[in-house]
Write a protein of this length. Structure first.
Length: 393
């Protein structure tokens, strides 16, 4: 019988592989003559590639992590919801900051766009690095003060080339912002419901229905508020995250009740039904599209994520095969750090006249470059982790 561990390594393994793939597909996105099944499909195409399933998997993993993260916190504690709101607000703010790079006015700002970006990331590291092992409090506050001063300076220096705005402004939520909103709703539901599985299932179903109804035109009365605060979209992101919460809760219940057979069969059947329902809904709800967050895309990706996690549970938790994850383990532990590192490199490269050799800018050479670059980013995160440097919110 499996033992209910405080930290399920299957989640860490799934997170590490997903983060590795996220870096990889982003790095080779613009490389020509590479396999199309790896990339995002065009916005007007009914279909999906590997890259279109990575972000849903990441949100699903956020949900998987919630039950374990809050299992030791008191349901009556006000500290827990405040902690949830704080983490979500930080992610949303980071995303607000970095999405403004899309309208950065290079010509009228004294700082190059690339320089502004990597200095902004450095300021984030100074402010939000985990200083828990640092005994000298004054060093922590000094470094955080430097980071805050740098961030304020960069914000003051920022200028926008958007005709309607001259300074920092809302453009879209961005990846981190969408994660922040999805985490906020899902974690608060889990907390205030005491983790009751039937409430998590209800929340999952409601968000999935919101997504479906929005594509059927039944949510138009909320259209003015939804892009800004209600669901930061149409419920799709929250549906992915709540699906992860449900699967994690069901898994832990099965472990404790010694009903793993029920977990395997039920999860496999429902996941397959989701994939099937996605193809049934495909023609009537806008196709299979990540760009438009269609119900078919939500259903198919949810099923894929759940089945993939079943494979990780079997491989890592049941068979105890975890050593294969070790080379990329840092991506599953210091995930936010790993997420930020490629942008430091890209923004620095933007400020130079350097470029990749032609051999690794196309086709197979480009794919090999992407693999090497991804491993390099993860290994740098591992070195930072050994040096006790990682972001924590």
């Amino acid at each position: 019988m499996l033992k209910a561990l405080p930290r399920l390594r299957s989640i860490d393994a799934f997170r590490a592989v997903t983060m590795w793939l996220m870096i990889f597909v982003n790095d080779i996105e613009d490389i020509p003559n590479t396999p199309q099944w790896i990339h995002h499909v065009a916005d007007d195409v009914d279909g999906m590639g590997l890259a279109d399933a990575i972000f849903p998997a990441f949100l699903f993993i956020v949900g998987l992590s919630i039950p374990a993260a809050f299992k030791n916190r008191s349901d009556k504690s006000y500290a827990t919801p405040l902690h949830i709101v704080k983490r979500a607000a930080i992610l949303i703010f980071w995303s607000f900051l970095f999405t403004n790079l899309e309208t950065y006015d290079t010509e009228n700002t004294i700082i190059q766009q690339g320089t502004w970006q990597y200095l902004a990331i450095f300021s984030v590291f100074f402010i939000f690095t985990d200083y828990s092992l640092l005994k000298q409090a004054w060093i922590k506050y000094t470094l955080q003060g430097i980071g805050l001063a740098l961030l304020i300076f960069l914000m003051v220096m920022y200028k926008s080339n958007d005709p309607g705005y001259t300074w920092l402004h809302f453009t879209w939520w961005g990846i981190l912002g969408l994660i922040g909103w999805a985490y906020l709703y899902s974690a608060l539901i889990f907390h205030f419901s005491g983790g009751r599985l039937w409430i998590q299932i209800t929340g999952w179903v409601l968000f999935a229905l919101c997504n479906l109804f929005s594509h059927l035109g039944l949510m138009d009365s909320l259209s003015l508020s939804s892009p800004y605060i209600w669901l930061a979209g149409n419920g799709s992101m929250q549906a992915f995250t709540m699906a992860g919460v449900v699967i994690a809760g069901f898994y832990r219940w099965a472990l404790q009740s010694n009903k793993m057979r029920m977990f395997w069969i039920t999860t496999a059947v429902i996941s397959s039904m989701f994939i099937g329902s996605g193809f049934i809904l495909r023609d009537s709800t806008g196709g299979l599209s990540k760009a438009f967050e269609t119900p078919a895309w939500v259903a198919v990706c949810t099923g894929i994520c759940a089945l993939t996690y079943l494979a990780f549970v079997w491989l890592v938790d049941v068979k105890n095969h975890y050593n294969w994850v070790k080379p990329i383990e840092a991506a599953g532990i210091a995930t936010i750090t790993c997420f930020m590192l490629p942008d430091i490199f890209y923004s620095w490269l933007q400020t130079t006249d350097l470029d990749y050799p032609e051999l690794i800018k196309d086709g197979v050479g480009g794919v090999i470059r992407g693999v090497v670059f991804t491993f390099l980013m993860v290994w740098i995160a591992a070195l930072l982790l050994k040096a006790k440097i990682r972001l924590k919110i």
